[in-house]
Design a protein around this ligand. Structure first.
Ligand SMILES: [Zn+2]
Length: 144
């Protein structure tokens, strides 16, 4: 099997190292601080892609946190799943059930949680974590 991967697609195919969960909270807070201090303009950070905004409105999970930029509305969390046989731009599951199914795939996937404000288009990566392609952590069911 050749290890081809399309540009922009995180390697989540077989043979990829099992990446640990990465939190981006500190980085995100640093960006927020830069905006508050005027080092970054709103237009630099409130530029969510229309597709991402659409996903945020349709399938975003309420984060229970106020948007740090516009402070007018609560942000939502959108998850993108990357892996083999998934779209190059990642799959954005529309329901919790679909997300669950993607996370339990026999092939490894990489999940990206993104914080989005549907109001001002603020967005930032929250965390990245691997899922699927493993037995541990799953219920000990018989593989029949
Ligand atoms: Zn906002």
């Amino acid at each position: 099997m050749t290890m081809t991967h399309r540009p922009g697609v995180p390697k989540a195919s077989d043979g990829a190292p099992r990446e640990a969960r990465v939190e981006y909270r500190l980085m995100r807070n640093a960006v927020v601080r830069d905006v508050q201090k005027g080092r970054l303009g709103r237009e630099d950070v409130c530029d969510a892609h229309p597709e991402l905004l659409r996903a945020a409105r349709n399938v975003g999970k309420p984060s229970g946190e106020r948007c740090p930029i516009c402070e007018a509305t609560d942000t939502v969390e959108v998850t993108y799943v990357f892996g083999t046989r998934l779209p190059p731009g990642g799959r954005c599951p529309g329901t919790a059930t679909e997300l669950d199914r993607l996370r339990r795939r026999s092939e490894p996937v990489l999940c990206y949680d993104v914080e989005v404000c549907p109001d001002c288009a603020w967005h930032h990566l929250t965390r990245k974590y691997p899922a699927g392609g493993r037995r541990e952590g799953q219920r000990a069911g018989r593989a029949l």
